[in-house]
Design a protein around this ligand. Structure first.
Ligand SMILES: [Cu+2]
Length: 163
């Protein structure tokens, strides 16, 4: 069952419509997306899959754009069984396995949105990597229940494993 699901997931990623790559082609950014934000919410988050097909580990250093006042790299940590966000200096993109930014995990935090994010809309974001340099992407805004539909494998916030 797991194998079949994995196969479907990679199939989805391969056939995904928006793929961005650095000039030498060693870093691929697949399906950058953000969730629609209610008008009262001033923060948002961007998710994507980063694939490093080169031979050296790369790092995402920052995101920049006009969409928000401040853009930070974040991860989620568990503290007393509560998921909390924490700022990180960089996001490592190792070779071999894709690095997935997803709800409940790593994400690019948009702090102080200049306008609410509306489903169907896109906005530009520039990602800066240690080795691959700057890569501009278009982020697609998805509806509120997007993660449930697009990521059946995701644990979301509810069922984190603790050891
Ligand atoms: Cu965050």
């Amino acid at each position: 069952m797991k194998i079949i699901t994995r196969f479907l997931m990679s199939f989805f990623l391969i056939t995904g419509m928006s793929v961005y790559a650095a000039e030498p082609g060693t870093l691929q950014i697949t399906e950058p997306w953000a969730r629609e934000s209610p008008p009262t919410m001033t923060n948002g988050a961007v998710y994507m899959t980063l694939t490093n097909t080169g031979s050296e580990t790369d790092r995402l250093l920052e995101g920049s754009g006009e969409v928000a006042e401040t853009i930070e790299l974040h991860t989620h940590i568990m503290e007393n069984h509560v998921a909390k966000m924490r700022k990180v200096e960089s996001i490592e993109v190792a070779t071999g396995q894709p690095t997935v930014l997803q709800p409940g995990g790593l994400h690019i935090m948009l702090i102080g949105l200049k306008q609410p994010l509306t489903a169907g809309q896109t906005f530009p974001l520039t990602l800066r990597f240690e080795k691959a340099g700057e890569i501009p992407v278009e982020v697609t805004v998805r509806g509120k229940d997007a993660d449930a539909a697009e990521m059946p494998q995701s644990d979301g916030h509810a069922h984190h494993h603790h050891n």
